[in-house]
Design a protein around this ligand. Structure first.
Ligand SMILES: Cc1cc2nc3c(=O)[nH]c(=O)nc-3n(C[C@H](O)[C@H](O)[C@H](O)COP(=O)(O)OP(=O)(O)OC[C@H]3O[C@@H](n4cnc5c(N)ncnc54)[C@H](O)[C@@H]3O)c2cc1C
Length: 485
């Protein structure tokens, strides 16, 4: 009986505080999922931060009712990790957060004289279509069909708005990309890729398929030699070599993986040693890396490239293309930036008057804030913002930011400072590369274990952490699951 009680208590502790070592706050406001990881902060410490906060109302609007841990999406594409293991329902996070009865961060702090139990975080599964900055309104459309047919539209008023919609995949308007390529941005993308890879192997195994056709079907093209493209190519190679080659012995020799990169090298944001190691490793593994190769068109059968050195145009048939060439701003954000006068900052900065000079300065400032589009940056920005909201009253009275260029006095808050903790590039075959602060580079099997521990620790809850670790364990013991579900 005593044992059972202990079990109940332990289970409750995990359910109520999914992250005992970490406070996770998701504020996906009228838009995307900005996740504030209050990293490695003891729970009590986080509570202490929170108590000064007023009871404020937060509204979270996002078209997906879950938070996805994107760094593990390449592993989802081939079943190293299951999709459900890398997502945490927003309502789960909100419920636990709500249950704590203390407010740390407010998105829409319409101050209320309500009692403590009225404190609320509301979540709406909807997409933000437009922001009206002048009237402080966000126009949203629900994902769900309404009883009257069509999708319900509603507006959300705000006092403070945090936009965290993330970015969209950039196609550079290349013809045929949207229609024929896979992207790797969302969980659904990763699931679609997983099914398509298996489909290609099953299709190539049909008796009526010619040798030529098999080669085409099993030609996997990855466009973009950045961290996502490289990691996906490496994961796909592992899947083929470690699992599919045993299951589809008749077609295994027809498999080809090509990585196309318009620049001179893959992983060009990493140290040269890592780039060189990755290129050599891919060559040894038989992954064809074509640098200086710019994709100009994709049809349903062929992908066409322009070779920088020779200027010639080449077309190759393919079975599946994954497009991973970087990200662009979402249209709704571009429209919002125009509204608040940030859409044409470059134009303003050329004017030779004092306003022009000021705007040039602000442009320099914004360029300095041009940080890499990584989860590491987003998480730190989330934590910074949470801290600003929590200390708003205090900083109103005692501003701690730099002197204002326009107007007098100081800014309320210190500016955001990004602390770079390093970056990883998994390269397949249980090897990874890491570039750590201080120009420290580590490559090999031990780095892969470092990657496992860092990513496991960064997962947002104990539930997802345990699921992911068990998926890794299952994969080591049984291999990856090739069922097409
Ligand atoms: C495959 C992959 C691997 C990655 N690996 C790493 C890595 O290893 N390390 C790293 O640091 N970074 C990595 N990143 C980058 C990282 O995912 C992003 O930098 C980070 O997720 C950005 O966080 P965010 O909250 O700004 O946006 P996101 O995480 O993109 O969240 C945006 C949210 O906004 C929602 N949304 C979109 N449009 C609307 C709308 N109109 N209205 C309302 N909501 C909307 C979306 O559904 C989503 O929930 C990876 C990204 C990908 C795609």
């Amino acid at each position: 009986m005593r044992g059972y009680t202990f079990y109940q208590r332990a289970s409750r502790a995990f359910q109520d505080y999914p992250s005992l070592s970490k406070l996770v706050v998701v504020f996906t406001v009228s838009s995307g999922g900005l996740v504030a990881f209050s990293d490695a902060k003891p729970f009590r410490g986080a509570y202490a931060d929170a108590v000064q906060c007023d009871r404020k109302k937060k509204k979270v609007v996002s078209p997906r009712n879950y938070f996805a841990f994107t760094p593990l999406l390449p592993s989802v594409t081939i079943g190293t990790v299951e999709a459900r293991s890398v997502v945490e329902p927003i309502r789960n996070i909100v419920r636990k957060y709500h249950g704590l009865h203390h407010c740390r961060v407010s998105m829409f702090p319409r101050l209320q004289s309500a009692s403590e139990k009225d404190f609320d975080v509301q979540f709406r599964e909807a997409e933000c279509l437009r922001i009206d900055a002048k009237n402080k309104k966000v126009y949203c459309q629900s994902n769900q069909e309404s009883n009257l047919g069509g999708k319900e539209e509603f507006t959300v008023d705000y006092d403070y708005l945090v936009i965290a919609m993330g970015a969209r995949s950039n196609t550079f308007n290349t013809p045929g990309v949207v229609e024929n390529c896979h992207f790797l941005k969302e969980v659904e993308d990763a699931q679609r890729i997983r099914r398509t890879v298996i489909d290609c192997f099953e299709r190539a195994s049909l008796p009526s398929v010619s040798e030529e056709e098999k080669k085409k079907i099993l030609h996997f093209v990855v466009v973009g030699g950045g961290p996502t493209g490289v990691e996906f190519a490496a994961e796909l190679h592992d899947f083929v070599v470690e699992d599919l080659a045993k299951l589809y012995p008749a077609v295994k020799d027809h498999v080809k993986i090509t990585l196309l990169e318009a620049g001179d090298h893959i992983l060009n944001m990493f140290d040269k040693r890592i780039t060189a190691f990755a290129e050599e490793k891919f060559q040894r593994d038989g992954i064809s890396v074509k640098t200086g190769s710019m994709v100009i068109k994709v049809t349903d059968k062929e992908i066409s490239t322009k070779e920088r050195k020779t200027g010639e145009t080449l077309s190759v048939p393919y079975g599946m293309v994954v497009w991973s060439t970087g990200i662009g701003t979402r249209p709704v954000i571009m429209e919002f930036m125009k509204q608040i006068g940030q859409g044409n900052a470059q134009k303003e900065s050329t004017e030779l008057n004092i306003e022009g000079f000021k705007s040039a300065l602000s442009e320099v400032d914004s360029q300095m804030k041009n940080l890499p589009a990584t989860a590491q940056v987003a998480a730190q920005q989330g934590a910074y913002l949470a801290n600003c909201f929590n200390r708003m009253d205090e900083c109103e009275k005692h501003p701690e930011g730099p002197m204002r260029i326009r107007g007098s006095g100081h800014h309320r808050f210190r500016p955001f400072r990004y602390k770079h903790l390093g970056q990883f590039a998994p390269l397949g075959g249980e090897q990874a590369a890491a570039q750590l602060p201080g120009d420290w580079v580590s490559i090999g099997h031990s780095t892969q274990w470092l990657w496992y521990s860092v990513y496991a620790s960064k997962l947002v809850s104990w539930r997802t952490r345990m699921l992911v670790i068990s998926d890794w364990g299952k994969r080591f013991i049984f291999g990856r699951d090739s069922s097409r579900i």
